[in-house]
Design a binder for this molecule. Structure first.
Ligand code: G4P
Length: 530
């Protein structure tokens, strides 16, 4: 049976999983791949703890694998859906492209450890999803352990993240007393079997008052608590409103245990039904619809091959409309050049494979001999460009200089290329008297990557000197206000597009400046229209 173009696009679900390290992202991803048949046995995704390794190990791992496939994109088929999971690395390798990856997703799954609640890295990633107003689905993990009460977690989501929630299911008990989850939509109990958690018995009931529950759960205290909580949810909880979910104001919550494979399949099935198919994107010539059959896409991530013998890089392109066909000619809009897309790759669980055809929503990897920059647009017969890719506030800063002044040219080239890849952000001091280049990164590991790559790929030694800043804010306002601000601020820099950025050591310093200059706007990312 021939599948129409529209069906192909509508079957695509491209999303990212956001979480704090150790919440169980690797575990959940493995289970999802397992259901999709992309891996034979859950527990085989490589590189599970690679980011906990020392820098040298990490390099070694990258070398062996050529490219870190697991930290990029994974795709699989589930029923009639074509699923693309964008990975957002955690731990020390957390970098700006973790944020940028979210710009290629149509929705996000937020994974939360039931005992820890909303954690620091989740907050950061959530903010980027919020900025894009994409739907967010929440999976509360590790119910096989004792954790916070469900209502407490819902309150935390609202207080810390400002998002309301709608529980799709509700746990009965937790930890040693974990008995079941109640699926509110399908009115059924999914029973947790402590001996064999992946063996899930499903029992249809008429609702929370069904006497069958007393019989099955056989714990009066837990059943009473469950009924009270359900009543409270029905009376005081948020209604299920699709529109609110679609614009990211309401998050459907699922409770489960990834490691026990409990609740994962139910989550996946609900998620695939509720999550959006590829969404339209803004360009300088208007909105580009995914069903528009003319091929277009944008580069959201560039990954260097760590093997110095192969200087190639992979540019990850999110297809925004149309069909990609191997060997097709496209316009590289920034360069105004036609190029042939000869050997793109797509990413299965553990391998790269050549791709013949791909659709809006898919991610393809393009061999990049240095022709791409983050944010570049490729179009078939056209010349529009997608909205600029934002820069996000770095959190660690160093003054950077080249050790041997004779190597200045190689240094400039290396720094330029690494900036294009988005591995670092480069700033220049605003005051002429103290000319200094400053690099900013989101994760400290990037400094090591920078040092290592400049040395191995460009034969340049650098000096890095840590600076005490933690925040960068892009500033905008009327010239007179900006000038007044600039006169009093020593820590003013320019980004590579000459936009003014103020650096602050701490929150207090930043708030003081904001209070003193109410006419100036301070933005957390360079996307200052957002
Ligand atoms: P991450 O990618 O988000 O960093 O988390 P990862 O999946 O590596 O999981 C972090 C730890 O949490 C792992 O334990 C993992 O086994 C455990 N975990 C994941 N899901 C669940 C769950 O549903 N219940 C419980 N109880 N634990 C869960 P670890 O001891 O750090 O590693 P390992 O020895 O299991 O590899």
């Amino acid at each position: 049976m021939k599948i129409s173009y529209e069906q192909q696009v509508q079957s695509r679900k491209t999303f990212a999983i956001i979480s704090h390290p150790d919440a169980g992202k690797t575990t959940l991803t493995e289970k999802l791949l397992y259901f999709g048949g992309a891996i034979r046995e859950a527990g085989t995704v490589k590189g599970r703890k690679n980011s906990k390794h020392a820098m040298s190990d990490w390099m070694e791992i990258e070398k062996q694998r050529g490219i870190s496939v697991t930290s990029s994109v994974l795709e699989f088929q589930y029923n009639d859906y074509h699923v693309n999971i964008l990975d957002t690395p955690g731990h020390e390798d957390f970098s700006e492209d973790t944020y940028r990856t979210l710009t290629a997703a149509d929705s996000a799954t937020m994974l939360i450890d039931v005992a820890k609640g909303v954690e620091a890295q989740t907050i950061k990633l959530f903010k980027v999803c919020r900025m894009r107003r994409i739907p967010i689905f929440t999976f509360i993990n590790k119910l096989d352990r004792q954790g916070k009460e469900p209502f407490e977690l819902m309150e935390e989501l609202e207080d810390v993240l400002g998002i309301r929630s709608y529980p799709m299911n509700w746990p009965i008990g937790m930890g040693q007393d974990f008995k079941a989850v109640y699926d509110r939509h399908n009115k059924r109990l999914e029973l947790y079997n402590h001996e064999n958690p992946s063996k899930i018995d499903i029992i249809s009931i008429s609702g929370p008052l069904d006497p069958k529950i007393d019989e099955i759960i056989n714990d009066e205290g837990l059943v009473n608590q469950f009924r009270e909580e359900m009543e409270l949810l029905d009376v005081a909880g948020d209604q299920y409103e699709k529109e609110q979910i679609d614009n990211g104001k309401l998050t459907p919550i699922f409770f489960g245990s990834a490691i026990s494979n409990f609740g994962v399949q139910t989550f996946l099935e609900h998620f695939l039904e509720m999550a959006p198919a590829p969404t339209p994107r803004k360009s300088n010539e208007g909105v580009v619809e995914p069903l528009d059959q003319k091929f277009s896409g944008f580069v959201f991530k560039i990954q260097a091959n760590m093997n110095p013998a192969h200087r190639d890089r992979i540019a990850f392109l999110r297809i925004t409309s149309g069909v990609f066909k191997k060997g097709m000619n496209v316009n590289h809009v920034r360069l105004g050049k036609t190029m042939r897309l000869a050997q793109p790759t797509q990413f299965l669980a553990q391998s790269r494979s050549a791709v013949e055809e791909a659709y809006a929503g898919d991610i393809i990897g393009l061999f990049d001999p240095g022709t791409f920059r983050i944010g570049d647009t490729l179009v078939e017969n056209g010349s529009f460009e997608f909205d600029e890719m934002p820069h996000f506030s770095p959190e660690h800063f160093c003054a950077i200089s080249v050790k041997d002044a004779l190597k200045h040219k190689s240094y400039e080239k290396g720094i330029r290329q690494l900036t294009e890849e988005g591995a670092i952000q480069l700033f220049q001091t605003y005051q002429k008297a103290v000319e200094q280049q400053i690099v900013g990164v989101v994760g400290v590991l990037q400094f090591e990557v920078l040092e290592h790559r400049l040395k191995s790929e460009y034969k340049v030694d650098i000096r890095l000197e840590r600076l005490p800043f933690s925040y960068a804010r892009w500033i905008a306002g009327e010239t007179k206000d900006i000038e007044a601000f600039a006169r009093t601020q020593r820590n003013l820099v320019k980004d590579r597009d000459d936009r003014l950025v103020a650096l602050f050591e701490n929150d207090f310093q930043m708030r003081t400046a904001q209070g003193k200059y109410p006419n100036i706007k301070f933005y957390e990312n360079s996307f200052i229209k957002a």
